[in-house]
Design a protein around this ligand. Structure first.
Ligand code: UP5
Ligand code: MG
Length: 212
């Protein structure tokens, strides 16, 4: 009897620990598109680190605005203290407990900062990794830029830098999680709805149910 009660208490407190899925992949691989689809069917809040940084850049009086713009335009990565604090605040503000963290952690500084500040406050479920060729990703981002995305990094020069950063800094992070058996690789070269079918398989095989 006592052990059953203790088990229930443990489960209750476990549920309180926010659960996160990191969503990684090259610029234009479809992270944001898939996160929107996931958050419609699953009980996960989509938090895009890039969107949070772009919002902070626009916030009147932000002490980081200029630095963020410079980093984004140059395809460089913003110091983790800034990004992690924006993510933490957004998690708290949502009042929810399950999060898709889109586009983070993307380098060693991000990983170490998250591990220092957040890893014992959260549970990492797995890492979704969208695999897509450089050619296709570039075509998608340039297409989005031509269609008026307004993103200061959807141009050939910034894209070249974003890709270099992705290969040099982000791939080692994906490999780090892969060695821990946490990476779910997704073929992101097909149409969005087809990609989403693979995503659903990944969620299902991790025991996560559709809610809507
Ligand atoms: N599209 C999507 N899926 C498609 C499909 N299957 N078939 C055909 N077209 C598809 O999609 C990109 C475009 O492709 C869209 O037009 C879409 O319709 C189409 P999207 O879903 O936006 O792809 P995504 O992978 O999200 O691409 P994004 O450009 O957002 O990726 P990045 O990782 O480059 O951008 P992010 O916003 O995460 O980061 C931008 C910058 O912010 C970074 O370079 C960095 O400077 C900074 N940053 C940090 O410093 N730290 C962080 O933690 C995060 C960001
Ligand atoms: Mg995105």
């Amino acid at each position: 009897m006592l052990s059953r009660v203790l088990c229930q208490v443990a489960r209750y407190f476990n549920k309180m620990v926010p659960e996160v899925v990191f969503v990684l992949g090259a610029p234009g691989a479809g992270k944001g598109t898939q996160c929107s689809l996931i958050s419609k069917e699953y009980d996960f809040v989509h938090l895009s680190a890039g969107d949070l940084l772009r919002e902070e850049r626009q916030r009147p009086g932000s002490e980081y605005g200029e630095m963020i713009e410079q980093k984004i335009r140059n395809g460089e990565i913003v110091p983790v203290e800034v990004t992690c604090s924006l993510l933490h605040k957004a998690m708290q503000k949502s009042g929810k407990t399950r999060f898709l963290i889109d586009g983070f952690p993307r380098n060693k500084d991000n990983l170490e900062g998250w591990n220092r500040e957040m890893s014992d406050k959260t549970k990492l479920l797995f890492v979704l990794f969208f695999e897509c060729s450089k050619e296709l990703c570039t075509e998608r981002c340039l297409g989005r830029g031509a269609a008026g995305s307004g993103r200061s990094d959807d141009n050939p020069e910034s894209l070249h830098k974003r890709f270099n950063t992705y290969l040099k800094d982000t791939m080692p992070i994906i490999e780090y999680y892969d060695q821990k058996g946490l990476v779910r690789k997704i073929n992101a070269e097909v149409a969005p709805n087809e990609v989403f079918k693979y995503v659903k398989n990944a969620f299902e095989s991790s025991g996560i149910q559709i809610v809507n």
